[in-house]
Design a protein around this ligand. Structure first.
Ligand code: ADP
Ligand code: MG
Length: 705
């Protein structure tokens, strides 16, 4: 089929109705997860209590209990037609990893039976050598272990029981996203609890919450299949702007096309059955761009659910004749896709620590956490930016959608006033009295003010939005754990310092007000200085992770060892190099195999016509337009040829460089030069006969009817 047939076909494709289960959403919600309801039904009392102690109290599970839990899970799973089991983990690649084993084993009597025990539940040994490890596997054994994470419920996908696990090396280094995330969540809880206890001694645990908003594009699968660049790199490496794209602002929140709505419905139902609280769906700013957001939840679970949703999107889209693009910048000239990470902290007593309180005491606690978060973000702004940096997100960084500066004008007058007033509180005010007396720091009115005054400034990458911070620079295809590990660890470090400073004041016999200590002043000074990191070179950004401040922060909070940080940077540089290398290869090959031949075909047709005209009239007076077009084609084809050759040579030179970092720097230059090769190609698209152009154009890819 040629391009015009594919376009026609995409236009007449009708929606595939979603398969809708009987009953209300709440009837089937969570039916495919081994949640508390299932635990109560399928586990013996002893296993149930041990498992709950493990999930809620962080107590270890012994082998006998694991056997008991596995027994119950097996019964439940088989009732749902499960035949296979897998550990489901998040290596340092994009997406999740799984290796399915069937449940059967010999029964010793010549037949087979279904088996699933505590050992299979708790641990597996995938070969770590095929996953990125940044050199950790080279110096130690190649073996890696996956170990069950009981805090994220087991779920069923098709015929397979999926067990969320961490993935670590033989010597205990993390080889995944989940391990450091869980460490950071523990660190922030350990650091926050003693501070919460100044206000409420009954607090024993602090939860980190994450509400992600997943943006994505949909394209028709037929058209997608004709774009090698989309298929291989996830984005269009060229394509002239459509005459109309998002300039009329007519896509954002517009009516959802029926074919897309059917896809969304199916995705939601599947997600709901898997206990993912999917809540919001809407059209985004760019044509063919959409968003899905669930109700926020505990960060580790919410992140697992995001990974699962990205996976489900890919599968379900195909059923509806679409391909999902999770790349941060699939199309030039229209908005890219991000994944806002709404983040907050809350206590096990039900207090939201980043929401204004009901009274002065509650507000003091709120401001204490608020200010400490700002201090952490200020101190580690470069690192936070590095935590969201990638070869693909680089196309958004620095653009209007996600500016690189971390702290921007999101405080507004209200919060600035509040902080000023706080600093005026006499420092000999006892902590308890500060709350009880409702010290006149003007905090009591915050709830009303904030309701009307949350940040709607979409250009701020880290914004306070009333009861949470919204980290907006995270990329659409990223694992949120990258950003969430860094943010929670940075806040943990800051809370530890804060607590130490407050306790030192108390030890000196100085009565102090929690929020009126020197740290606030220190933060204020820092905030005024605003010496923010403005680096835009992605490989350089990663260096933030091994700078002394970051190493100190991560080791102090127990989140990463220095070795892990170094290994991860190796992985990041290597991934960066490979991504750009693939893009550059695809681009050069397409330029040579698709673009130049199309241009030459048109050129040949024009030259034939000119020869004919010359034969007939003895001059080219009747063919001035053709001559002009021909000249343009010659110019652009020449440019494409030269630039493609230069790029090939640059790649060759870069490949010869030793050292991941140095090679990544060289590839950064190549990444920049992709734009230069793109330009003459997009110009050719403008002049070459539409019938001869081999690739679906933006106007065809971007408008689902
Ligand atoms: P908007 O696009 O207007 O920012 P959305 O409704 O698309 O808002 O997404 C907001 C996200 O923030 C949702 O996932 C929501 O559950 C989440 N959220 C709300 N309150 C909190 C909170 N306290 N902590 C973390 N996430 C939150
Ligand atoms: Mg939203």
């Amino acid at each position: 089929m040629d391009r015009s047939d594919l376009v026609k076909e995409s236009f007449v494709k009708k929606e595939v109705p979603a398969s809708i289960p009987a009953g209300k959403t709440s009837d089937y919600y969570g039916e495919l997860v081994f949640d508390r309801k299932k635990m109560c039904k399928y586990l013996d009392v002893e296993s149930l209590h041990a498992l709950l102690d493990c999930i809620e109290g962080g107590k270890p599970l012994d082998r006998k209990t694991a056997d008991g839990v596995a027994r119950g899970m097996k019964e439940w799973a088989i009732e749902h037609g499960v035949t296979h089991v897998t550990h489901w983990f998040q290596p340092l690649t994009e997406g999740t990893a799984e290796k399915h084993d069937s449940l059967i084993d010999y029964d010793g009597k010549g037949g087979v039976i279904e088996t699933f025990d505590g050992k299979m539940l708790a641990q597996q040994e995938p070969d770590a050598s095929s996953f990125p490890s940044g050199g950790i596997r080279a110096t130690f054994e190649a073996r890696g272990y996956t170990a069950w994470d009981p805090t994220s419920p087991v779920f069923i996908l098709d015929d397979t029981l999926c067990i969320p696990t961490v993935f670590v090396s033989y010597t205990g280094e993390a080889l995944d996203y989940k391990t450091p995330l869980k460490k950071a969540l523990k660190a922030v809880s350990d650091a926050a609890v003693p501070i919460c206890q100044y206000f409420d001694p009954s607090v024993t645990k602090v939860y980190s919450y994450l509400g992600w908003e997943q943006e994505y594009f949909l394209v028709d699968e037929g058209l997608y299949s004709a774009r090698t660049d989309l298929m291989i790199t996830g984005r269009t490496l060229f394509g002239h702007n459509s005459s109309k794209n998002q300039q009329l602002d007519d896509h954002y929140f517009a009516a959802i096309p029926p074919r897309v709505a059917a896809f969304m419905r199916e995705l939601e139902i599947t997600g709901h059955r898997l206990g993912i609280p999917i809540k919001t769906r809407h059209n985004e700013v760019a044509p063919n761009q959409f968003e899905l957001a669930p109700i926020y939840g505990e960060t580790n679970l919410a992140n697992d659910q995001n990974q699962l949703v990205m996976n489900l999107m890919n599968r379900i889209a195909r059923k509806h004749g679409f391909v999902v693009l999770l790349h941060e910048k699939p199309f030039d000239g229209v908005n890219g896709s991000g994944k806002h990470n709404n983040w907050s902290l809350g206590t096990d007593t039900g207090t939201q620590l980043l929401a204004p309180g009901k009274d002065a005491k509650g507000n003091l606690q709120f401001v204490t956490f608020f200010v400490n978060v700002l201090a952490a973000v200020q101190k580690h702004n470069g690192l936070l930016k590095a935590s969201i940096a990638s070869a693909t997100n680089a196309h958004r960084l620095g653009a209007n959608e996600a500016p690189p500066a971390i702290v921007s004008a999101f405080l507004g007058h209200t919060m600035t006033d509040v902080l000023h007033k706080l600093l005026e509180v006499p420092s000999d005010t006892p902590i308890e009295i500060a709350g009880k007396k409702g010290k006149s720091v003007g905090l009591v009115e915050i709830p009303e003010i904030f309701v009307d005054n949350t940040d709607r400034n979409r250009t701020s990458p880290f914004a306070f939005t009333g009861n949470r911070f919204e980290f907006r620079a995270v990329g659409s295809c990223a694992n949120c754990a990258g950003a969430m590990t860094t943010l929670n660890a940075a806040v943990a470090e800051q809370l530890i310092s804060f607590k130490a400073a407050v306790d030192a004041e108390i030890a000196k016999g100085k009565k102090t007000n929690v929020a009126g200590n020197g740290y606030t002043e220190e933060w204020k000074q820092e905030a005024i200085r605003r010496g923010l990191d403005v680096e835009t070179n992605v490989p350089k950004m990663f260096c933030e992770f091994t700078k002394p401040a970051a190493v100190e922060m991560f080791t102090k909070t127990g989140v990463y060892t220095q070795k892990e940080l170094e290994a991860r940077n190796e992985v990041k540089w290597e991934t960066y190099v490979k991504k750009v290398q693939i893009e550059s290869r695809v681009m050069v090959r397409m330029a040579i195999n698709h673009i130049i031949p199309a241009a030459i075909a048109y050129k040949t047709a024009l030259m034939k016509e000119l020869t004919l005209a010359n034969e007939l009239f003895g001059n080219l007076d009747s063919c001035r337009t053709e001559v002009r077009v021909l000249e343009r084609i010659n110019k652009y084809v020449e440019e494409v040829g030269v630039k493609a050759q230069e790029m090939k040579e640059a790649r060759k030179a870069a490949n010869a460089i030793e050292g991941e970092y140095e090679r990544a720097l060289a590839y950064h230059e190549i990444a920049e030069s992709l734009y230069a090769l793109r330009k003459p190609i997009d110009k050719l698209e403008e002049v070459v006969d539409n019938k001869l152009w081999p690739l679906p154009k933006y106007r065809e890819l971007l408008f689902i009817s």
